[in-house]
Design a protein around this ligand. Structure first.
Ligand code: PEP
Ligand code: MN
Length: 342
């Protein structure tokens, strides 16, 4: 199993050094730290940038750990190459943009640094594959994919795992190792374990785990970085998977992951539907329309049942579900109307 650990961001030499010290017993494959930090809004901590290059180089020398950081343009690639980085990763926001990926790929021509490609923020497998292919066209030989979750509105994690996408990538490109980054998916340390376990049980090749000597003091992603004790608990809890064995449990986990994704989507859609239904309540109220419109309900149910038939779904099953949904909509609309009357 490939293990990449280290803080979200490099903050000071002391912080990097003491984090590397706590990581030493885990014989990790790569020490990670972000030098240039992509932030959603300006004026936050945007990384120590070039200053941290020498710190990382020192970690590599003193701890014999391979070092990796995020790059988002050819200048950052050049700086990493000059400072003996073993690998670089392309962040989610960069994978999103084929122009920038192309520039990075061009900057990598003729080098043999390893490159990790995080999935784009939106669940588009073509963008992820496309970034990998652009790098390959420039002659990059050692590529790994990193699954870090997707930005969806409804989600009980910080980012939605949408397991079916990395699993599809794995099927299409089984020559490329795929690593899971449970830290960015979970967003909080309590959920990192379950994501890491699912990933390993499903056959991922490794984990990228944000680890900090003192997570409470971290300047970025403080809630999701593991301390030494939490990292040990996580690693000890991982299932042992025999890669060569075609195991039914692995298959079962994969299928269950897909069910979990679909259930997340069903909940999101129900919530969206209820939201719209509530907006309708205000219009009904202002136009003095009655809540229950029998004609509308009949046409709606009719078209749903026709649709269900084309998908081979049982008529009574779908009818029952929709009766429940409709009843709940009416209940919610009633609540809004009676509340505003008071
Ligand atoms: C990170 O790994 O710290 C990071 C910023 O990753 P991502 O591109 O997945 O958000
Ligand atoms: Mn982070």
């Amino acid at each position: 199993m490939i293990l990449l650990c280290g803080p979200c961001s490099a903050e000071s030499f002391e912080q990097l050094y003491s984090t590397a010290e706590i990581l030493q017993p885990f014989s990790i494959d790569y020490f990670r730290a972000g030098l240039w930090k992509p932030r959603t809004r300006p004026n936050g901590f945007e990384g120590v940038k070039e200053v941290g290059l020498a710190w990382m180089k020192q970690i590599k020398k003193d701890f014999q750990m391979k070092i990796v950081t995020e790059v988002a343009n050819p200048y950052m690639v050049e700086k990493c190459l000059e400072n003996d980085f073993d690998a670089i990763w392309i962040g989610a926001r960069t994978t999103q943009n084929p122009f920038i990926v192309e520039d990075i790929a061009t900057a990598l021509e003729g080098t043999d640094i390893h490159v990790m490609v995080k999935n784009p923020l939106n669940p588009d497998i073509k963008l992820w594959l496309g970034a990998i292919e652009r790098l390959e066209k420039s002659g990059v030989k050692h590529i790994m994919a990193i699954h870090r979750g997707f930005s969806l509105s409804y989600n009980r994690y910080r980012q939605s795992p949408l397991w079916r996408i990395p699993l599809e990538l794995k099927q299409l490109r089984n020559d490329i190792p795929i690593i899971c980054d449970p830290s960015h998916i979970a967003g909080t340390t309590e959920l990192v374990n379950e994501i890491a376990n699912t990933a390993i049980a499903t056959g991922f090749d490794g984990l990228m785990l944000e680890t900090h000597v003192n997570p409470q003091l971290a300047l970025t992603d403080a809630k999701q970085q593991l301390d030494k004790k939490q990292l040990k608990i996580l690693i000890d809890s991982l299932p042992i998977v025999n890669k060569n064995e075609k195991s039914e449990t692995k298959e079962l986990t994969m299928l269950r992951n897909q069910i979990d994704d679909i259930d997340d989507e069903i909940i999101q859609l129900l919530s969206d539907r209820m939201g719209i239904s509530k907006q309708i309540a205000y219009i009904k109220k202002s136009t003095n329309m009655s809540i229950f419109q029998i004609d509308r309900w009949k046409t709606l149910l009719d078209s749903i049942l026709k649709n269900a038939k084309t998908y081979d779904l049982d008529n009574d099953f779908v009818k029952e579900i929709y009766e429940i949904i409709h009843q709940e909509s009416i209940k919610q609309q009633n609540l809004i109307i009676t509340k505003s009357e008071r």
